[in-house]
Structures are given as structure tokens and as C-alpha cells.
Design a binder for this molecule. Structure first.
Ligand SMILES: *Cc1c(COP(=O)(O)O)cnc(C)c1O
Length: 361
């Protein structure tokens, strides 16, 4: 038995993997693999339509927004966002390596203000003491910092909704999309790589309010212009057919399992179980400030006096089926990614593993 705590690409529901495998062999009884059908075929358009409709339904996306699926990963969005939305000024909250990379791209398009940063504290918390320049074309946040295990809580998000005034919010939600309800009406644009909570690698989701587009004076290359993909229903060029299909299956699975509210309840239960274990541990300690702890990526390290057990615990846990728990090199220690498809049983297995190990030391 393997327990998949990979940070991304990451765990998907078992039934979704099975259905994907079936479609690879024979797509909907047509005698062809999904790998070899035309994206223009009558078979695939309903898949794209359903994926878009389910994203809207599950996230309660209001009128006036469009959902599109693109290639290029969240990293391409780091430049596509300013290319399309920033005339001369934007603002960014620097809460981790991904946020910093997004900010770097924006600097090529004008004045990109870093309103606050927790870099000096190795991004262990999310700053609150800052102003958002009211003449910025947008304010960019990263709702979950995958590497550092911090996440904007509902309370901190509510503060940002107040503080932003009339400045539209743009959010990188790569690693916590669909993990909890979100007030989409607060955002001008939401994007993310789908390989954390939604699909295999290869597809990026974008939720954009239509009136955000067409406001900058610069020329935008066709493929980098959101309007191209909005107008063509994500079918301007060949979309990533298989990842979109699997993503659609994951959305169906989520809908059948209580939607984002159901996912949130399960995610809270999983995170509480693991944080409680770490907080009562003799040898481990969490790295993120308590109020900013992520439910998706749970980071913990050995206490200083137990540092030499690093490799030994990793081996111990691996032998018990734990996969992907090595921490990112910029934090060290361990990281258990507990995305939507990870079961409570997997977290319980990790907790049992930690307790068994502790008992020996
Ligand atoms: C994984 C991740 C990215 C990078 O995604 P790619 O699709 O690999 O470009 C960006 N932002 C966050 C928050 C992530 O977790």
C-alpha cells in the first residue's frame, strides 16, 4: 500500500485514474483511445463543455466570468497576467517562491510594487501590515504557498477583500483551488496549474471576469491574449485533451462527494489530525506560523536535538508506504501534501508512523 503525499503532480481519486485508464483503451465505447481522437470530434466538445460547467457550478462562479483551460502551467500565467491586465502598475504580496516569480515577470511591464514580504523569515507567515496602492490595475496574491505550507485563511482573505478597495484581485490558486469555498466575485482573475488538486500535469485553469480584458494598450500576441481563448472556448488550438478529460472526471467525483464544502470538511479533518500529532510530538515541530498554516501542504522538521534522525525517519516512513514526504529543499525536513483526493486513512497512516517512530526515540 502506497500513501501519496506528493506536492505536485499529486494524488488523484482512484476511480478517476481507473476511468482515465479505460478511456485510454476505449473512449466511450467508440473503439478508439482518447489519445487518438480529434479534439474537434463530436466526442471531445462535450468533455470541454462539462469541465467548464462543473468548474462554474462547484466554485459558484457568478455571471460575467469565463472559465478557460490552457497550456503552459501556472508559470506562464506569471507573464500572461501582466501582459493582459497591467497597463503600468500592479501590486504583489510576496509570500513565497511562486509569488516572487510572479512579481519578477510583472516588473517587465511597468511598476510592480511588492507591498509586503516574509522572505526574511523564510516565508513562515503571511504579512498583514501593508497598504494596497489604489492606482494599481490589480493586486496579486498566492492563496496557498505550496513550498512553505502557508495559506491565506478565510479571515485573512476577508481582510484583503476589504483592503483592496476598487483594485481587482488576481490570485494564483494552483494548490488550494476546490479545497474550500471561495468568493469568486472578489476576483478579477484566478489561475492555477491543475496538477495539484484537479488533473494530471499539462493543463492550466483560468477564471476571468470578462470586463478585465481588453483594457491595456499594448499589442498582445494571439496565443497570450486571454480573449483568444475565451472567444474560442479553449479550442483556439489543440487543448491538452487527456488532462482536461481527467480534470472533468475529478470535478464529477468532487460533485458526487459533497462539492467544495464536502472537500473542505474532509480537508479540515485531515489537517487537524496531522497538525495535532506534530504539535504533541517530542521530536517534530511545524514550520509555519499557526494562524497561517496550510491545510494542503503540511510542513514539519525535526527539533534541533533530533536533526541527525532526518535520513532514518525518511527511510522508516518510506518502508511503511509514505511517498513524497521529503520537504522542499528551501524548507528542509518533511512536507505532507494533503490534497482533496488524499484520504483520511492516508493521514492516519502517517500519524501512526510518526507515533511508532517516536516511541523508539
Ligand atoms: C506548482 C505551483 C506553481 C507552478 O505551476 P506550474 O504549472 O508548474 O507552472 C505556481 N504556483 C503555485 C502556488 C504552485 O503550487
Amino acid at each position: 500500500m502506497k500513501y501519496n503525499f506528493n506536492a505536485g503532480p499529486s494524488v488523484l481519486p482512484q476511480e478517476v485514474i481507473k476511468q482515465t485508464a479505460e478511456a485510454v483503451m476505449d473512449f466511450q465505447g467508440e473503439g478508439l483511445s482518447i489519445l487518438e481522437i480529434s479534439h474537434r470530434a463530436k466526442y471531445f466538445q462535450p468533455v470541454m463543455d462539462e469541465a467548464e460547467a462543473l468548474m462554474k457550478e462547484l466554485l459558484d462562479v457568478p455571471e460575467g466570468y469565463r472559465v478557460i483551460f490552457l497550456g503552459g502551467g501556472a508559470s506562464l500565467q506569471f507573464c500572461m497576467v501582466p501582459f493582459n491586465l497591467m497597463e503600468n502598475k500592479s501590486a504583489y504580496l510576496n509570500t513565497g517562491v511562486w509569488a516572487k516569480k510572479a512579481l519578477k515577470e510583472a516588473k517587465a511591464f511597468g511598476e510592480a510594487v511588492e507591498v509586503a514580504s516574509s522572505a526574511d523569515a523564510n516565508y513562515t507567515f503571511i504579512p498583514t501590515d501593508y497598504e494596497i496602492p489604489q492606482d494599481a490595475q490589480y493586486f496579486h496574491i498566492t492563496t496557498n504557498n505550496t513550498i512553505y505550507g502557508t495559506e491565506l485563511s478565510d479571515k485573512k482573505l476577508a481582510d484583503i477583500y476589504k483592503k483592496r478597495g476598487n483594485v481587482p484581485l488576481v490570485a494564483d490558486m494552483s494548490s488550494d483551488i476546490l479545497s474550500r469555498p471561495i468568493d469568486v466575485s472578489q476576483y478579477g482573475l484566478i489561475y492555477g496549474g491543475a496538477q495539484k488538486n484537479l488533473a494530471p500535469a499539462g493543463v492550466t485553469f483560468v477564471i476571468v471576469r470578462e470586463d478585465m480584458l481588453g483594457k491595456v494598450s499594448r499589442h498582445i500576441p494571439t496565443m497570450l491574449d486571454y480573449r483568444t481563448h475565451v472567444e474560442n472556448g479553449s479550442m483556439f488550438n489543440t487543448p491538452p485533451v487527456l488532462p482536461v478529460y481527467t480534470g472533468m472526471l475529478t470535478l464529477r467525483w468532487l460533485k458526487a462527494n459533497g462539492g467544495v464544502k464536502g472537500a473542505e470538511a474532509r480537508n479540515i479533518a485531515k489537517a487537524n489530525l496531522l497538525y495535532d500529532c506534530i504539535d504533541h510530538s517530542k521530536i517534530f515541530v511545524g514550520t509555519a506560523k499557526e494562524e497561517d498554516r496550510s491545510r494542503m501542504n503540511i510542513c514539519f522538521v525535526l527539533k534541533p536535538e533530533y536533526q541527525d534522525l532526518q535520513d532514518d525517519f525518511f527511510k522508516f516512513a518510506s518502508e511503511r508506504g509514505m511517498v513524497g514526504i521529503k520537504g522542499h529543499r528551501s524548507v528542509g525536513g518533511f512536507r505532507a501534501s494533503c490534497y482533496n483526493a488524499l484520504t483520511l486513512e492516508a493521514v492516519q497512516a502517517l500519524v501512526d508512523c510518526i507515533k511508532e517512530y517516536e516511541a523508539r526515540h
